[in-house]
Structures are given as C-alpha cells and as structure tokens.
Design a protein around this ligand. Structure first.
Ligand SMILES: [Fe+2]
Length: 317
C-alpha cells in the first residue's frame, strides 16, 4: 500500500513558520509579574509574542527573540489595576478590547485618560504611570516596549510599599487630585499626556496608492519617539503589496480579519495566513509582503524597529 508522506518544508518555509506566533499556540501567564504576587486586585495575564516585555521570563520557547522592540498581549480583569511605576524605557499600550483607564502621576497629581479599542498611549520614559479596568468587560491590549534598558520597574505607589490601598488604586492621587484628560487643558500633565495619546477615530489615515491605508501612531505624524514606529494598517479585501525590504525588523499582528504574509529568497516564495491575534516578525533585510485574500477587511498593528520616516514605497501586488 502506498503511504502518502508530506514533503518536508523548505528551509525558507520553516523559517517563516518559525517567525509566526499563533494566538492559539500560546497561553496567558498569570504569574508574569512577581511584584503582583499576593495582591489579587493587581492580577493580570500576559501572553508573550516577541521578548518578555517587562516580565523577567526571558527566552522562553515559543516566544520570538526581540531585537529593537517587544510585543505582548495583556489581559486585565474588570476592577483590577496596575500599580503606579516608572521605568527608563518607552512603553505603548494599544487597546484591543474593553476600556482602559491610564493614569500619569507627578507630585501627587494624576491625569487619567480612558482608551477604547484601537486607541493607544505611549508612556514616556520616567513618567509614573498605572492603569485600571473600570469597565464592564476585560481589557485586552498589546504592549510594546523598546529593549534598550530592560530594568525592573520602579514602583511609586504599590500596596507592598505600604501605600494605602485607595491611594494605590488611584495611582497616587489623593481625593480631588485626579485631573481628567483634556488636550485643551493647561495643566502640564494634561499637555504632556495629550502629546502621547492617539485615538484611532481622530488620526487621519494615509491612503497608499497600493490600495490600503495606514494611520501613524508612533513616528513622524504621530507620537514622537526615537526608538520604534507603530502604525495601524487597514487592508481591504483583495488588496496586497509587492515584496519590500527594511533595514530593521518589523512585526504585523492581525487584529481583525485575516492576512496572508509572504517571504521571498532566491526566487522561492512562501506564504502563511494569519488570523486575529496572530503575529509575524519579519527580520531586517528579508523580502516580505502581505495581501488580504479574505472576504472582509483586515486591520493589522505594525511595529517597525526604528523611528525613521517610512522608507518603503508600497506597490500594489
Ligand atoms: Fe510600565
């Protein structure tokens, strides 16, 4: 009897498969942040895609090695919060589901903003920040940090420091010291935060001649940064681009719909389809592309390993 055997994938196909992280291959880790142990109101779960993203759990199998940035998902249950802390790296929170309240603290005053799906804040270096889920559904967000100085966070208000629980819950604001987010406000915290928040509905899309649109979140035209660029792609059904190359790595995480991603080397091409919350990490120098072969639009989050203006001239496939 003839037994059909599947041919082994080519090295290029294996390499692409090795740089794709499927949401369903991963598990959420409820013990990613040791400083939360023993405080159920601080509990959150992390799923690591690229690097450890602030967790000490570096180098685990199934997580891609970071170069210039990390990508992880965070699940925050209703009612829980993250204690106010600061660190020497930039950190972006992109909300995928739910409503996230983020607070920035300085000298006992806190400016709070509520972010909905596809809204983002880039937490500036050394600014005390915390977050809380005041909503009625869990928050799912994508966090990216640059890997410049992976120092542990410096906690400013945390129950383990003896901070009053109500004060820790408000990120360090005593009653009456919480300021609402307001881009037209004149408080320095309001003004600083306004420069670091992107609301999807208010960020004008760039319409690429290649047939898709992108909204700049971090980089020229969005929040200023010296480390990485971050954009939201809207890719209609049937749209796709020809192979392109970058001098640094980039990552695409599908948020809605599906996306076929491909690599090329020496005339050989390989492709894989990504679904919601799947990610591909394209290495520097790799010829790669994407196209939406589905019947609905695709929304994808793109992180590029430097903050230079876009150098790729996208061409329709
Ligand atoms: Fe942080």
């Amino acid at each position: 009897m003839n037994v059909m055997t599947k041919p082994a994938p080519s090295p290029l196909a294996a390499a692409l498969r090795g740089n794709v992280v499927r949401h369903t291959q991963k598990s959420f880790d409820w013990d990613a942040f040791p400083s939360n142990r023993g405080y159920p109101e601080l509990a959150r779960a992390q799923m690591r895609y690229v690097g450890a993203g602030g967790s000490p759990k570096v180098g685990e199998p199934g997580t891609l090695a970071p170069e210039h940035f990390t990508v992880s998902l965070i699940h925050k249950p209703v009612g829980n919060y993250a204690a106010c802390h600061a660190h020497e790296i930039e950190e972006s929170f992109l909300v995928i589901a739910g409503v996230l309240t983020v607070g920035w603290e300085r000298d006992g005053e806190v400016c709070e903003v509520k972010l909905g799906p596809k809204d983002m804040i880039l937490n500036a270096r050394d600014v005390g920040h915390g977050f809380r889920n005041d909503g009625i559904e869990p928050v799912l967000m994508s966090i990216s940090v640059d890997v410049g100085k992976p120092l542990p966070p410096r906690y400013l208000y945390h129950p383990k420091l003896g901070t009053d629980p109500a004060l820790a819950h408000s990120f360090g604001a005593a009653p009456g010291k919480t300021i609402p987010f307001d881009p037209a406000g004149d408080h320095p915290l309001q003004q600083q935060m306004a420069r670091c928040v992107i609301r999807h509905a208010e960020q004008a899309p760039i319409h690429e001649a290649a047939g898709f649109q992108r909204r700049v979140y971090v980089g020229p035209g969005g929040v200023e940064s010296e480390t990485c660029r971050k954009e939201m792609y809207g890719i209609p059904a049937g749209a796709g681009v020809r192979p392109y190359v970058r001098a640094v790595e980039d990552a695409l995480m599908v948020l809605e719909g599906s996306l076929v991603v491909g690599w090329e080397e020496n005339g050989e091409t390989v492709e894989m389809e990504l679904g919601p919350r799947d990610l591909v990490l394209n290495p520097a120098g790799r010829r790669h592309w994407f196209r939406n072969t589905g019947i609905g639009p695709c929304t994808a989050w793109c992180v590029v390993g430097n903050a230079e203006p876009e150098s790729v001239r996208f061409e329709a496939a």
